[in-house]
Design a protein. Structure first.
Length: 334
């Protein structure tokens, strides 16, 4: 069964351009005042979780993926979110991902630990571990399966956000933003941002101008991030799946948007759209994860039920479609 476009990015919510790093000397997208927001602007990979052939988490590959993203201008990494298969990992595995990311980043990137779990107390355990090891922010989706209503989401976020002193980022994925309602989330201790994986950007802007305190927002729909940045003072960056695979595209789009050079960003955005179109046409998540192999960073397949291992013929047929895009360097034999 093919994956629906919305379902794909809402459940899993891409290296070829010449990297121009948006570091010192480059314009940055706007961020609010406050030490917790300093250095947060830019493109973030929703980090893939790599596996060894035996199915265990591949710590060495986590390091390689992060180094690749840093070399191509990423500002940070969002850990064990939808793309990182967080709900298919044990809490111990998620802690391992956090630990290796902190060890690798060495303060060179911002790290956001997605701690969303079915049970609120499991999320609290992860949040406390993230705070202990030096993660910058924690984040969570709203309740999954149980408690899918505003009151339950409020209680869920309240408990997690009060478990540490880290700034907390709501992960709104596939949900409608209702500004007057969702404003209440920001009354909670440490709730200071939102990752918004949706398309109604005006609702985020409407929420933002209602807020009585500073907050930061990130766009999560890879194929529409330039649209989000056109709102000017609303979005400080992007967090997405494809930032793992074509990080230079996303970092340059952020830089060009910050400088108001939208016409120059459009060709890069066109390539991102073509890439996302290929990704969401795949039957399951192991296909898009196989793109990491294509760029020389083999992260294994997605865990069941998100995906299953690809046969070599399946991989090569998909790789041929990536070849046809013409802007991604193939390094699977490097």
């Amino acid at each position: 069964m093919k994956t629906n476009r919305r379902d794909f990015l809402c459940m899993s919510a891409f290296a070829g351009a010449t990297a121009v790093m948006p570091g010192k000397g480059f314009a940055q997208l706007p961020v609010p005042g406050g030490s917790e927001f300093a250095g947060m602007a830019g493109a973030y990979a929703a980090l893939v979780t790599p596996y060894k052939p035996d199915g265990s988490v591949n710590e060495e590959m986590i390091e390689k993926v992060i180094e690749y993203g840093l070399a191509n201008g990423l500002a940070g990494f969002y850990l064990t979110g939808s793309t990182g298969e967080g709900f298919l990992l044990s809490n111990d595995e998620r802690k391992l991902v956090y630990d290796r990311a902190v060890k690798t980043a060495h303060g060179r990137a911002k790290l956001i630990a997605h701690v969303g779990c079915l049970a609120t107390q499991d999320a609290v355990e992860l949040a406390r571990h993230a705070a202990k090891i030096g993660i910058d922010w924690v984040s969570s989706v709203a309740p999954v399966y149980f408690g899918q209503n505003f009151d339950a989401a409020y209680a869920h976020y309240k408990t997690i956000s009060e478990a540490t002193d880290l700034p907390f980022m709501i992960y709104s994925i596939g949900q409608q933003i209702v500004p007057d309602r969702d404003l209440k989330f920001f009354d909670l201790k440490n709730v200071k941002g939102m990752k918004y994986t949706g398309y109604a950007y005006w609702t985020v802007k409407a929420l933002r101008y209602r807020l009585p305190k500073p907050a930061i927002f990130f766009a999560g729909a890879d194929e529409q991030e330039l649209c989000a940045f056109a709102y000017g003072d609303t979005f400080s960056g992007c967090i997405g799946t494809t930032d793992n695979m074509i990080p230079a595209h996303h970092s340059q789009i952020c830089r060009l948007a910050a400088e108001g050079r939208f016409a120059e960003a459009q060709p890069l955005m066109d390539e991102v759209v073509r890439f996302v179109d290929l990704v969401v046409s795949a039957p399951h998540a192991s296909y898009w994860k196989s793109i990491m192999r294509y760029i020389g960073l083999d992260c294994g397949p997605a865990r069941s039920p998100a995906g299953q291992p690809l046969g070599e013929a399946e991989y090569q047929a998909y790789a041929a479609k990536i070849d046809a895009l013409g802007f991604i360097e193939r390094r699977d034999n490097a």
